[in-house]
Design a protein around this ligand. Structure first.
Ligand code: FAD
Length: 568
């Protein structure tokens, strides 16, 4: 009993199943009393996170047969693509945030929101343990547990430091609105400090050395925004120190913006050279102290060198949050970098738990095995031969299940999957094709090994949210009439079509009112006109008319009066 402790039902009527624990150390979900929700006909759907994936799911959920509880430590949605603009005051923080209660308010669907963070997930008893951000100083009051019938995990990810010593303590990250606000203050701090009469020239130089680690879209955009802020606004206000400012961008691989077309990478690198941004590729950070960064050259014998710095922004990718890592260990996914799901976004090794957005990855590991199974089923009479028509049907099934194969083939301008199959037999003109799974697998092996996971972007997260909401909207209907591919339905698993990602292209703002865009069909656009396309797309993508008006207002203010450099 001392372990179980008093479990107090603090929510009755609508909620039910919200349990408060008087001692978090002795928390034992297995022994928690069952929730009064058993009486309630509505199934309990708990959503963790209010980022791109979570809000897209909630906005599209229309089925009134769920009682929905949303849990997130922040009560707003943040439009992350504009975070780099917030770091220098091009856009104000409130302009990119929308209150979550306003976004998910619906007439028909019963949705409640709790501002709390999830501490752990127990898939056996179907409960999540949470801590309110309101009573953070009183553990007793702050902790509670919620039970669920369905759980949607959309908790995003954290910045990855790759355990590089000193990064956690000394670097800024750019993940949340608070991070962007801290960076903005820190930039002004550096300029104010450097302008003081008490410092040596060397110390001034150090303080005004801004280092960005990571040449991906976020690092590049931040470096470009910082360069514009310094050159458009700060040099006029701090004329005595303007010669001392230096911006360095460190990237471990040979090029920045690796995921973009080579034309974009080349243009960005040339532009940065012209702008005087010190671009150091092939350079990996190995240690950070409060005043110095040590780097290792990945070529030339791995030479270690160090550079003094004033401010460091770390943007080298993402990793799993601790709560997700603990959960992955519980369900034997401990070796993964993100929660593995199937193509229906269901977490592998669990019952009714779904994961989407940056915290999840659709597992590719079984592609080849599954394709083998599909082939065996297609060859009903075991003749080892398929007609071309049968083969085409089979390919449709494979592609329906693994749309990333097609995406990969298209992006690399490789042969179609049918051609690959014909090649496997060496004769493309045959009416029927002898089935040889092993040969076909080897023809596809390049695709399998090189096929990448979906990128961790807002585009993927939002599409997954919409997809999953649609599944929940039609849950009952599809129970009766499954719409998953016929050959791979089996055991009621595939009521829905699998998730299919549609890529709409990607932008990279490069500063100086120039941007690059890589759109579907390998269409590349670079320059001033692309920046205007960027403005239009990002204005249209705002989640409400309020934020749209605020963001466009901020851009106009910046054009007319420049950015504000007050240290507030
Ligand atoms: P998030 O949007 O990060 O949301 C996670 C949610 O989970 C948040 O509400 C958070 O508060 C909540 N949460 C965290 N911990 C807990 C917990 N313990 N319990 C409960 N809730 C929790 N993508 C693009 O497509 N285009 C871009 O231009 C672009 N630019 C970007 C610029 C920056 C600076 C950054 C950081 C990212 C950018 N991205 C962009 C990537 C994009 O933001 C992410 O891929 C997207 O946010 C992922 O959505 P998500 O819902 O998985 O996670």
């Amino acid at each position: 009993l001392s372990k179980v402790l008093a479990v107090v039902v603090v929510s009755g009527g609508t909620g039910g199943g919200l349990l408060a624990y008087s001692d978090s150390k002795s928390y034992n979900v297995e022994q928690a009393v069952s929730s009064p929700n058993a009486e309630n006909k509505k199934k309990k759907l708990v959503v963790l996170g209010t980022g791109w994936a979570g809000t897209s799911f909630l906005k599209n959920l229309k089925n009134p047969s769920y009682e929905v509880h949303v849990i997130s430590p922040r009560n707003y949605f943040a439009f992350t693509p504009l975070l780099p603009s917030v770091t220098v005051g091009t856009v104000e923080p409130r302009s990119i945030c929308e209150p979550i209660r306003k976004m998910v308010k619906k007439k028909d669907v019963d949705i409640s929101f709790w501002e709390a963070e999830c501490l752990s997930i127990d898939p056996v008893t179907k409960k999540v343990k949470c801590r309110s951000t309101q009573d953070a100083d009183s553990k007793e009051k702050a902790e509670f547990a919620v039970d669920y019938d369905y759980l949607v995990i959309a908790m995003g990810a954290r910045s990855n430091t790759f355990n590089t010593p000193g990064v956690e303590e000394h670097a800024h990250f750019l993940k949340e609105v608070e991070d962007a606000q801290k960076i903005r203050q820190s930039i002004i701090d550096c300029f104010e400090k450097a302008a003081l009469p008490t410092l040596s020239e060397e110390e001034r130089k150090r303080i005004l050395h801004f280092v960005v680690v990571g040449g991906g879209p976020t690092g590049v955009e931040f470096a470009a925004e910082l360069h514009d802020f310094v050159n458009d606004d700060l040099v006029r206000l701090y004329p005595k120190v303007k010669e001392l400012v230096k911006i360095t961008l460190l990237e471990a691989t040979d090029h920045i913006l690796n995921m973009f077309d080579k034309r974009i990478t080349d243009f960005a690198e040339e532009k940065f050279h012209r702008d005087g941004i010190n671009l150091q590729t092939g350079s990996m950070v190995v240690k950070v102290t409060d005043k110095e960064i040590s780097t290792k050259a990945l070529k030339n014998g791995g030479q270690i060198s160090s550079m003094p710095y004033g401010m460091l922004v770390w943007s080298t990718g993402i990793g799993a949050r601790p709560v997700i890592m603990d959960f992955m260990k519980q369900i034997n996914q401990g070796k993964r970098r993100a929660l593995g799901t199937d193509e229906w976004l269901r977490v592998e090794g669990t019952g009714e738990i779904y994961a989407l957005g940056d915290c999840a990855t659709i597992v590719q590991r079984k592609v080849m095995e599954d394709i083998g199974e599909i082939f065996k089923k297609a060859d009903k009479d075991n003749s080892g031969t398929l007609t071309v028509k049968e083969m085409q049907e089979l390919v449709d099934d494979v592609l329906e299940r693994y749309p990333q194969i097609e995406l990969y083939l298209k992006s690399r301008k490789l042969k179609s999957i049918v051609d690959l199959m014909k090649d496997a037999k060496g004769d493309a003109s045959k009416e029927s094709v002898e089935l040889n799974i092993e040969e076909f697998k080897s023809a596809l092996s390049e695709v399998d090994t090189q096929m990448k996971n979906l990128p961790a972007t807002a585009q993927v997260a939002a599409q997954q949210g919409t997809y999953l909401a649609d599944c929940f909207n039609r849950m009952e209907e599809c129970e009766k009439n499954p719409q998953g591919p016929i050959r791979i339905r089996g055991e009621g698993r595939h009521r829905f079509k699998p998730f299919r990602y549609r890529h709409f292209g990607q932008f990279a703002p490069l500063g100086g009112e120039q941007a690059a865009a890589q759109l579907p069909g390998d269409w590349v656009s670079i320059g001033h006109s692309t920046q205007w396309l960027w403005y239009s797309v990002y204005a249209s993508k705002q989640v409400s008319w309020r934020t749209r008006a605020l963001v466009v207002g901020d851009w106009t203010r910046r054009f007319m009066f420049g950015r504000d450099s007050s240290r507030i």
